[in-house]
Design a protein around this ligand. Structure first.
Ligand SMILES: *Cc1c(COP(=O)(O)O)cnc(C)c1O
Length: 475
């Protein structure tokens, strides 16, 4: 493909994306959020072998429109309320386009000086933007890095914590003691995965009880569990606290948990994958009280901060421990910059060696929106969630199940059993205008409404509410 071919097709595809976004915003009803697709339907429409000779882009575009788009879940749809949002935006896509065009592989400072330094500066900007502890800033012993996901952040935090708990012996001897890891019963499944991958085994994971009302970790239960494990000969290595649990956005009490971790000398990782973005708003910073105790912290700009997947921002208070846990330096990667010790080589901050130039999309997003633009986005979601919660509260056929400090509302039919709530969700999603998912709270089936798309309006919420009330009659 010549640069001139690329220019022509590139313009055409930018138009394609712009038209798609306009349709999502202006005619959302023409695109079902969750398409009615059967397993195997897409694969069945594709040839089983790659073409022997090159094809024109027109042929690819025809299949894109006929096979791929109709079988796509529209995460940017104004009626997408499932899981947590995965926002993208114009500036994010444009930044990513440059990243793709440059094709930089930024494993070392020397393989991408701008990729490395822009990333460091962006992570420093985010410390300021979210009001995070100064010890995460790269000017001191700490610093930040972009991971692909919060799951990877949990894994590298686990490895750094093991490194600390074993005084580095873990690197040579492997796991030579019985290490234990703690999160609440509401902690994310990626913690269990990290514990498995780290070779500790699932039996090393302690799921600490939560308060049945707030669903937040109980500090007294954590303290008891730590004491019991020490008495039984285990070495507690890591506590993972959550700001905004996946199920209901519960907030673990960091001031107390942090104090316990300091006393017990256990690594504290804070997982704020979804809710971290809220800290751009000063009025929501109370959700981050006690975060100064964290040895590491992460959040996903790819969830709620208008930055396309993948982009997880991860910080450590002491980068030396993380780097010591993960560094390897084969001969073929040696270079003058690395030997001076004056540069960051981000390959030592993550599991893979190679890495994309992801800081570009973040840079485009932060500059295009500015702090005030990002705050407006978060406030928009929080206000729409509050609008919905008010409607639920005012109707005695429904009930709110938990608090809604962010833009997730958990609700169900009052007095309805699990089956009737499940039927309600199925019927609501069937029309394709909205898509919600569910969870269980204290064992009971609960609907989740996670507002996140910038295209969602008061009218989207009000129309959804009308549907819900109508369907509640049938449930
Ligand atoms: C979404 C989520 C994760 C996992 O996020 P990925 O970036 O997809 O790995 C982890 N923790 C919490 C609390 C989450 O909500």
């Amino acid at each position: 493909m010549t640069p001139e071919d690329f220019r022509a097709y590139g313009h055409q595809l930018v138009d394609w994306v712009a038209d798609y976004w306009r349709r999502l915003a202006e005619q959302p009803a023409t695109l079902p959020v969750q398409p009615p697709v059967k397993p195997g339907q897409v694969a069945g429409q594709l040839p089983s072998k790659p073409p022997a000779h090159g094809e024109p882009i027109e042929a690819v575009l025809a299949d894109l429109d006929q096979i791929i788009t109709p079988a796509t879940t529209h995460w940017q749809h104004p009626g997408f309320f499932g899981y947590f949002p995965a926002n993208t935006s114009g500036p994010s896509v444009l930044g990513d386009l440059i990243s793709s065009g440059l094709g930089t592989q930024g494993m070392l400072w020397s393989t991408g000086p701008a990729a490395t330094e822009l990333e460091t500066v962006m992570l420093d900007w985010l410390v300021d933007l979210l009001g995070l502890p100064a010890r995460f800033h790269s000017h001191g012993p700490g610093g930040g890095v972009i991971q692909d996901s919060a799951s990877s952040a949990a894994l590298v935090a686990t490895l750094a914590a093991l490194h600390r708990a074993s005084d580095g012996a873990w690197r040579t001897a492997g796991v030579d003691r019985r290490y234990t890891v703690y999160t609440s019963t509401e902690g994310h499944s990626s913690i269990e995965k990290a514990v498995r991958i780290a070779g500790l085994g699932e039996s090393a994971l302690r799921l600490v009880e939560v308060d049945p009302q707030t669903l937040a970790m109980r500090p007294d239960a954590l303290r008891d569990q730590l004491a019991a494990d020490r008495a039984a000969g285990a070495t507690p290595a890591l506590v993972v606290a959550t700001i905004g649990t996946t199920s209901t956005t519960a907030i673990d009490p960091l001031p107390q948990i942090g104090e316990i971790c300091t006393q017990e000398q256990v690594w504290l990782h804070v997982d704020a994958a979804y809710a971290g973005s809220a800290a751009v708003c000063p009025e929501l910073r109370w959700t981050h009280a006690g975060v100064a105790h964290a040895d590491s912290y992460c959040f996903d700009p790819h969830k709620w901060l208008l930055t396309g997947f993948d982009c997880d921002a991860f910080w450590v208070a002491d980068r030396a421990e993380l780097v010591a846990a993960l560094t390897v330096l084969p001969e073929y990667l040696r270079n003058a910059a690395t030997s001076t010790g004056a540069v960051i080589d981000y390959r030592d901050w993550q599991v893979p060696l190679g890495r994309r130039f992801r800081a570009l999309k973040l840079w485009f997003v932060l500059r295009w929106y500015g702090a005030e633009g990002l705050r407006a986005h978060i406030r928009h979601g929080v206000a729409l969630a509050a609008r919905f919660a008010d409607l639920v509260r005012a109707d005695d056929r429904f009930e709110l199940v938990t608090d809604h400090p962010f833009a997730l509302v958990c609700f169900r039919l009052r007095g309805g059993d699990d089956a009737s709530n499940e039927r309600l969700l199925t019927r609501l999603n069937a029309a394709g205008e909205v898509f919600l998912t569910h969870t269980r709270v204290n064992g009971r089936y609960t609907l989740r409404l996670a507002v996140g798309s910038p295209h969602t309006t008061e009218e989207t919420i009000d129309a959804l509410w009308r549907d819900l009330r109508r369907l509640a009659e049938l449930a």
